[in-house]
Structure formats: C-alpha cells, structure tokens
Write a protein that binds this ligand. Structure first.
Ligand SMILES: Cc1cc2nc3c(=O)[nH]c(=O)nc-3n(C[C@H](O)[C@H](O)[C@H](O)COP(=O)(O)OP(=O)(O)OC[C@H]3O[C@@H](n4cnc5c(N)ncnc54)[C@H](O)[C@@H]3O)c2cc1C
Length: 294
C-alpha cells in the first residue's frame, strides 16, 4: 500500500515548524512518530499534500521539572516514558501506562504528543493524562497557551487545537503527598487497543485521607473520559473497603460504552467497576505502607 505523493519538510526549530504549518494550512500535516498518520496515509484515509516532520526538533524531546511540574516534550517516545527510571517514584503512571501501548516497535517510534493529538477514544495516554490532570502546551503563530486536558478532547479524532498550533509539551502537576497509581486495560490480544481501560491516580493528605483523585476511562465513549462522580466520592475519605466499593460502583456512571464486536456496553461497564475496585485496593495496599491507611 502506497500513500499519495506528498511534499516533505523537516524543520529544525519550533518556530520554523509553525511558520510551515501557517504557510501550508490544511494542506500540511505534522509527522511525529508516524504510527497513526502513516497507516492512515497508506489506507488513503489521509492524503496531506505536505508532511512537516518534527523529528529533528530537539526542543520537543525529553522532560524536565519546571515550577513544581513535570514538563514532557511532545516528541518523547512511548518507550522512553516506559523506561524512565527517574520518574518511577514521582510519576509511576507514566511507565505503567506506556507498557500497555501497542508493541515495542510502535512504542519506539510513537510519541506522547502524537497520541494526544490523534485523539483516539482508546488512547492510553489520553486516559492517563486525565487521571494526572495534565495541561497541554500548544504553540501557534500568536504564542503559547495551556489547554487543560478536560478541554483538549472535543470528539473522536478531534481536539481543541487550532490547525496552525503545534503541541510542544505536557505539564503534569507533582503529587502533593504520598501518591500511587494504576493502569488497568483489557485487550483482545497483546498489543491491541483497549476493550476498556482505566487510569487511577490517588494522593493522600497528611491526615491519611484522599486529597486528590484522578480517574480516566479508556475506550468507553467518544473521547477518553473522566470518572468525575467516583473522584468526588473519594475526596476526603480514607481508602477503606466501603469507600472503594462506593467509588467503584460510580465509575461506570461516567462511561458511555457502545455494544461492538469486542463486547457489550454492559460488559464494559462491569469491567470498569472491577478495574476500579482492583486498582483502588492495590493503591490502598501500597499507600498503607507509606502512611498507615486503614
Ligand atoms: C498496530 C497499532 C497498535 C496501536 N495500539 C495502541 C494502543 O494500544 N494504545 C494507544 O494508545 N495507541 C496505540 N496505537 C497508536 C500509537 O500510540 C501512535 O503512536 C499514536 O497514536 C500516534 O503517535 P505518533 O507519534 O505516532 O503520531 P503521528 O502518527 O505522527 O501523528 C498522529 C496525528 O497527530 C498529529 N501530530 C503529531 N504530533 C503533533 C504535535 N506535536 N502537534 C500537533 N499535531 C501533531 C499528526 O499530524 C497526526 O494527525 C497503535 C498504533 C498501531 C499502528
């Protein structure tokens, strides 16, 4: 399968990339890891006249701490975050999520920025970013802006990004107290997109009660969703069996799954409930050692 003919540009700076995006408008398409865009071009679902390859822009790679937040460059590969040992303690959800994405070949090329902009409702990164309350840093011809993740996904394969805006980084707030997280995903076979998935991030206050709860739902709606009702039920509570059972029951209420070949909507709702209970129990056990949660 061959894509349509296209012109190729390879800018070496963010400014140059934005200039090219502005110049070509809808005819141009940014190429990051190519793991979603290239298959679409080969299937002729996408046929951009110009590819703007951002792989040579060093400013978009890697991560650093800025103002108490972790700033992850948009061109950071899934596999880099999977193996980022220095982030295992403070942001364990990154590695726990990355290892679930596709297979090692795709993880070596695919990027966190590309995954978010592609906006697949089954995006594992989208789901984890909801749990971590990320902000997306976008840069366009008129400067930078930060987009809260809840405002970023608009519809299936659609974001609030303007056509001439490049995602340059993600910003993740650092946990305020002891924190733990889990990523749970059911696949039809290893490396598949999720039938249903769940990202859970919990931080505790000095009183041992939940001070921050972030829960993202994967593949159960038009976009990655937030389990807001369950989050609210957790805040201010100790992580007891009762709290866990109550919050887990609420997770499916914010999901909008559809019946399809991978399972019925009812099955996916039940999966989410089971995943939530399992994730919260594991988190309680992990944090118990840190702060004595009962
Ligand atoms: C077989 C297969 C299995 C997969 N399984 C999974 C899975 O289990 N879970 C999962 O989450 N994903 C999965 N993926 C998708 C994979 O994670 C892709 O890497 C990801 O969706 C796109 O990232 P990319 O860097 O490859 O982006 P590209 O394919 O290069 O680009 C994707 C889109 O984003 C735009 N774009 C890219 N970067 C930017 C930027 N910085 N600013 C503005 N626009 C940008 C491009 O123009 C394009 O429209 C799978 C893909 C394949 C082929």
């Amino acid at each position: 399968m061959f894509p349509n003919a296209f012109k190729y540009e390879a800018p070496e700076s963010v400014d140059e990339a934005i200039r090219l995006m502005t110049e070509y408008g809808y005819d141009g398409k940014v190429l990051a890891g190519g793991q979603s865009l290239l298959p679409m071009m080969k299937l002729r679902i996408a046929a951009p006249a110009v590819l703007i390859d951002i792989n040579r822009i060093d400013d978009l790679k890697g991560w650093r701490r800025v103002d108490g937040k972790l700033r992850i460059g948009a061109m950071t590969r899934h596999s880099e975050l999977e193996h980022a040992t220095e982030l295992f303690d403070s942001f364990p959800l990154l590695s726990r999520t990355a290892r679930w994405i596709a297979d090692p070949l795709i993880r070596n090329r695919g990027t966190i920025g590309g995954s978010l902009v592609h906006a697949d409702p089954a995006s594992d990164w989208g789901t984890a970013m909801i749990a971590l309350r990320a902000e997306v840093e976008a840069r366009g011809p008129h400067g930078n802006r930060l987009i809260p993740i809840d405002d970023f996904f608009v519809d299936t394969f659609a974001t609030s990004l303007n056509e001439d805006e490049l995602v340059v980084a993600l910003h993740l707030p650092s946990p305020t107290g002891p924190a733990a997280s889990r990523y749970m995903k059911l696949e039809r076979k290893a490396g598949d997109f999720a039938i249903a998935g769940l990202a859970v991030h919990i931080a505790l206050g000095s009183d041992g009660r939940v001070s921050d709860a972030g829960i993202g739902i994967c593949a159960c709606g038009p976009i990655p969703l937030r389990a807001a009702r369950a989050e609210k039920a957790l805040i201010g509570q100790p992580l007891t069996e009762e709290t866990i059972a109550n919050a887990s029951r609420l997770v499916p209420e914010d999901a909008e799954p559809a019946d399809d070949l991978r399972g019925s909507a009812a099955y996916k709702r039940d999966l989410l409930r089971v995943f939530a209970a399992r994730a919260l129990r594991e988190i309680a056990e992990e944090l118990h050692g840190k702060v004595g949660v009962q």
